[in-house]
Each structure stands twice: as C-alpha cells, then as structure tokens.
Design a binder for this molecule. Structure first.
Ligand code: LLP
Length: 407
C-alpha cells in the first residue's frame, strides 16, 4: 500500500491549503477501477452490482458509481430518495430495510423500487396489502458466521437480519397464502469476509432454497468483500470468488432450468480505499509512557477505530522521511478517542498533516456532530481535478433545527 502525496496529480497538501482540515478526499478513479474489477471477476455470469449506499452516500459519488455501471442497495427510504436524486431509476434500486415501519415500505413501493422482505410479519403485511401484484425479494438468514467481528456479522443464527433458513417452510406457506410474487432471494452474511468459501456456502443455501421459488429472476449474494486495511493485509480475492461462485451459479441455473441474474452489494470494496481523511496535528504531547498526537478530528468523523477496533493505516504527509517514533494518534473528542494505537510514524510535529487511509467506506456516512463539532467537507478528485462535493458544516448548520425556548 502506498502513501500518496498526490491523487491523480492533485497535491494533497494543496487541498489542505485550499479547503482546510479536516477534510475527506475521494479518488474517483479508484472507485471506477473497483467497479470494473468486480465486473471483470464476475464476467462469466449476468452480474448486477447494487452498491451498498450506506458506505458513502454523497450524491456525486453515487452518480459516479452509476456511470460505472452499477445500481444501488438502499437501507432506508432516505437512501432510496438520495439514489433517485443521483439518477438511479427505480429498477436500479434494491431496498433492503431492517424492521422498518410499514409506512416506509408503502412509500418505497410507490416509488417502484424492489423491496427485500426481512421478516415473516412483513411478508404477511405486504401480502395483505399487495398480494402478488408487486414483485419482491426475500432476505434469508443463512446461519453462517462470517465477517471481521461480531458487530459486522449479519448472517449468523443470533443476528436480527433476514428470515432464518430454518423457517423456510413458514416462508413458503406465507408466499402461498398471499400468492406473493417472489423474484429474488437475498443473503448478506457480514462485512470484511476474506474467504471465498463463505460466498460458496452462502450460495449453497440460496441455491437449495431457490428450487422452491419458481418465479425467480435473481439471487443476491450481498456484499462483504474484505479490503486491505493494514500494510501486507490480505484482501478477498474477488477473481477467485468470481470464478468459484460463477461456476456454482452456472450449475445451479442449469438445475433451475433458467438463467438468473447474480446480484452483489459491495460497499467497502468499491469505496473504502478511495477515501482519505486528512487531518492536522494540533498537539504532540509526551507522557511518561506514551507520546500522543492530538489531531483536529476524532470519532465524530471516523468512528470505525472506536466502534469496531478497526485498524486504519495513516502517515505523516508533512514529514515523509524523518526519524520514526511510536505514537498514539488521538482525536479531540471528550471521550477516549483513539484513532491509532502504538503506531510507528515519521516524527510528528504540531501542524503536520496526517492522512488516514481506507476512510471512504463508513467514514463520512457514520460521522456525527458529537461534542457539537462540525462535519467536514468532502472533496472528489475526478478527471485530475479537485471538486468540492459537500462543503464543511458551519455553526449555523449545527443549530439550524433548534427551536430555542424563551425561558
Ligand atoms: N448489503 C447489506 C444488506 C448490508 O447490510 C451491507 C453492510 C452491505 C451490503 C455492504 O457490506 P460491505 O461490502 O461494505 O462490507 N459500518 C461497518 C460495516 C457495516 C456494514 C453493514 N452492512 C464498518 O465500518 O465496518
């Protein structure tokens, strides 16, 4: 993994001068490259990519991903609407809710997107309202433990997501009762999945269940491809997954008697490595056992280290070749706010710019105003130029919705 000073010829340090810090920077070429890589890996099957919008939902990024040939997976009605603003047609959008109010389902049906039913009560309510007049998909929980850690594992027995594969008989009964038109089956087993076998295992669950559904048009394998976060980290070999899953899928389609589409919902794979969170060292503080670098950002902008113990590589842009020391890089939030622990960095001085890598996925999209801090700007590097795709918040933005009582 490299430590770039420039992205598509644009100097990162110049971006700090122009837009200040902290800022999120995205490399549009990298995103397009990732879409193409996945398309190539699955070229043997009729593939549809449904980008997991939740990873990074800036409208310009969504437009870029659409231009590269993908659709989207949305998990809230707001994501559906944002997707439509970005130019996605209803047919290009899969809506995968998790225990939402039926009102939201009705709104999504009105908008014409594909609904992914995630519980038997929802199947029943859907059936009572629409019968077989609106085609839908069913999210199955395949009972597979996969993913980087428990918080991001979603396909195991104790997970709230989907309908247990053990309840298949009940699912079929509900389909029959309401004459539901089921055109897709879906699984998503987790995030940070390294092993190609997990996708095959998931596939087998889908293939077996699919034989009971005569009207299918697609099988959706979800997302979860692992990207490299650490130097020398291993990433999912998508070529291998594409080959193995592709072959198994062909076999299945022969058995099923019809060629179906294969859908994928990558988030991290498409946008994680494209993103950099650029921050500035406010202070370098020596304590008896640790040297802290306090930066002008924190868990309000990038929560992954504190929420998942996630490792994000980072480097000192301002001092690329000095002597190295061990630091704890910490945020300015009034909580334990460790971005990187015991990390070797080239000597950091107050004012130095640090670049936090892999910040594209679940960075800005999970950012908050905690500690009444402002969310940063987002910059997209596209065709060799820097574009401000979201301005940083100001104090007005922070208090905009408050109704201040006269007391
Ligand atoms: N499809 C569904 C239905 C999902 O729930 C998710 C992610 C994805 C696709 C995309 O997964 P990916 O390809 O990005 O691994 N905030 C956590 C990850 C949570 C993912 C939740 N679901 C993190 O920062 O690691």
């Amino acid at each position: 993994m490299q430590n770039p000073t420039h992205i598509q010829g644009v100097s990162i340090a110049d971006l700090a001068d122009e837009f200040g810090t902290p800022i999120y920077i995205y490399d549009g070429e990298k995103i397009t490259h990732q879409v193409k890589t996945l398309q190539a890996a699955f070229s043997a099957v009729p593939l549809k990519i449904k980008y997991a919008t939740k990873a990074l939902s800036n409208i310009s990024i969504l437009k870029l991903i659409r231009k590269a040939g993908a659709g989207i997976d949305a998990v809230s009605i707001e994501e559906v609407k944002i997707g439509m603003m970005a130019g996605y047609s209803a047919q290009e959008i899969m809506y995968t809710p998790s225990g939402v109010a039926f009102e939201e389902i009705k709104e999504a049906v009105k908008l014409g997107v594909m609904i992914n039913l995630d519980s038997i009560p929802l199947m029943e309510e859907f059936g009572q309202m629409y019968g077989g007049s609106v085609a839908a998909c069913i999210r199955i929980n395949p009972h597979i433990m996969a993913g980087g850690n428990l918080k991001i594992s979603t396909g195991h027995k104790e997970s709230k997501f989907g309908i247990s594969i053990e309840q298949l008989a009940q699912i079929l009964e509900t389909v029959a009762t309401y004459k539901l038109q089921i055109v897709g089956l879906h699984i998503h087993t987790g995030s940070d999945i390294l092993d190609a076998e997990v996708f095959l295992q998931g596939g087998n669950v889908l293939f077996e269940a699919a034989m009971q559904f005569p009207d299918l048009k697609f099988l959706d394998f979800g997302g979860g491809f692992k990207v490299a976060y650490k130097p020398n980290d291993i990433a999912t070999d998508v070529m291998e997954v594409g080959k193995k899953v592709g072959e198994a899928f062909h076999e299945f389609c022969k058995q099923y008697g019809r060629q179906l589409e294969l859908w994928l919902e990558p988030g991290k794979f498409l946008v994680s490595e494209s993103g950099y969170l650029l921050v500035k060292a406010n202070v370098v503080k020596e304590s008896p056992s640790v040297t802290f670098v306090g930066v002008d950002s924190g868990l309000n902008h990038l929560i992954r280290p504190m929420m998942y113990d996630a490792y994000h590589s980072l480097y000192n842009l301002s001092n690329p070749e000095g002597k190295k020391s061990i630091y704890n890089v910490v945020g300015y939030i009034c909580e334990t706010d460790t971005i990187a622990s015991r990390r070797e960095l080239v000597e950091v001085r107050a004012g130095d710019l640090l670049v936090i890598k892999n910040s594209g996925a679940y960075g800005y999209s999970m950012a908050s105003n905690y500690n009444s801090r402002l969310r940063p700007a987002e910059i997209l590097i596209w065709e060799g130029k820097a574009h401000l795709i979201r301005r940083g918040e100001n104090f007005e933005d922070l208090i905009r919705n408050q109704e201040i009582l006269d007391i």
